[in-house]
Every structure is written in C-alpha cells, then in structure tokens.
Design a protein around this ligand. Sequence first.
Ligand SMILES: Cc1cc2nc3c(=O)[nH]c(=O)nc-3n(C[C@H](O)[C@H](O)[C@H](O)COP(=O)(O)O)c2cc1C
Length: 218
Amino acid sequence: MPSTTSSPPTMTHSTISPAVLYWGTPVVLITTLNPDGTSNIGPMSSAFWIGNRCILGLGTSSQTTQNLLRTGECVLNLASDDMADAVNGLSHTTGTKSVPEYKLQRGYRYVKDKWAAARLTPQNSTKVAPLRIQDCQVQMEAAFRGTYEMLGGAVQVIEVEVLQTHVDEALRLPGHANRVDPDAWRPMIMSFQHLYGLRSGKVAPSTLAKIDEEQYRM
Ligand SMILES: Cc1cc2nc3c(=O)[nH]c(=O)nc-3n(C[C@H](O)[C@H](O)[C@H](O)COP(=O)(O)O)c2cc1C
C-alpha cells in the first residue's frame, strides 16, 4: 500500500451528457483567400498543435473551409485575451453568401468585409496569399496537408503545416532566437462559448518544461 501524507480530495462525480465538449482551447482567427481575391476571417477554437503542424476542426460549409480546401493556404492568427471586441465582432458572421439553414437558426448573417466588422487591420503575408491580421501578436502562415471527414461530412479535420511564424517582439524570450516567453503570451481561450484569458503566472513548476524546446523541432 502506498503511504499518503495528505487526505484525498473530496469530489462527488455525477454523470452528465454535455452538448459540447469545449473545455478550453485558444481562439484562432483564420484568414483565407476568397474566390474574388479578398481575405476572409473565420474565428474558431477547435485547434491543437503537433510539431510544426496544426489540426483544425472546421464546419464543411464555412467559407474558411471552402477557401482552404480550394487554395491550400491560410494564416493562423492567434487572438490574445485583449481581443474580445474583434472576436465578438466576427461572431455570428459567415463569409458564405448563402447562409446554411442551421446557421440562420443560430442568428448568423453574411458579412462580406470581416475586417470592417471586427475593426482589424490587414498586413501582407510572405509565403501565402491570404492577408495576416496585423492586430494579432502571433501569425502563422500555413499550407494544407490533409483532411479527414467527421460526422457524415459535416465537419472537416484539416491538417496544415506552418511555413512561417511571425511574433510580436514583446513575446520573444530574451537570449533565444526562436523562443516565445510563455509569461508574455496571453492567449484568448474559448471555454463553453465564453471568452477567457489565462490567469497570471504559472500555477506550479512544470516537469514537462525540463525538456529542451529544441528537441521538439521536426
Ligand atoms: C470564439 C469562436 C470559436 C469558434 N470555434 C469554431 C470551431 O472550432 N470550428 C468551427 O467550425 N466553427 C467555430 N466557430 C464558428 C465559426 O466562426 C462560424 O462557422 C463562422 O461562420 C465561420 O466563418 P466563415 O463561414 O466565414 O468561415 C467559432 C466561432 C467563435 C466566435
């Protein structure tokens, strides 16, 4: 029997059936090229990262998905926790002219110029055609690498490769050419449709962080 020095926490679990499992993920503003050459902005948060790849969960009918599958390019602009006005300005909008019925029922409307709706400023990219969002401290230019259909084709799980990463100087870890200071980066987190930031400072030293970041480079 292992010895314990403190008593176990008192938790009472009960079974629930959540409609969504949005436990908290960063908000990404994806820019993609519309057929007319303008750049669309699609806010999303079903995103995670492996090496230099990102996996995105996107509704198939979204303009972002259609543009990404057609052109093979996007920019992943990360929202920081002071960008609620921009995220809310993009909420309930789509760049798809013919708004799908399920979106109409949720109050979505077609917006041609997402930049004006969110009061965001465009900036040229270096490796892909869609514009970057100048207001975002992190911008990753990326290329389509593969897709997997989910839920009978309603959702696409899309893999993209990050080709070029741009970060605001304020986020760089002093003394390192390629590192971000996690104490400086304040991502916006979407949890069960609400917008959060990370609380200030680390909760505890991380054992994982003993691994040199360069060992993850692919
Ligand atoms: C904070 C936030 C997070 C969202 N997360 C996702 C997501 O992870 N996947 C998704 O398909 N839609 C997500 N949406 C809804 C899309 O933004 C919505 O489908 C929108 O119409 C996409 O724009 P587009 O059609 O111009 O691409 C999210 C919206 C907001 C505001």
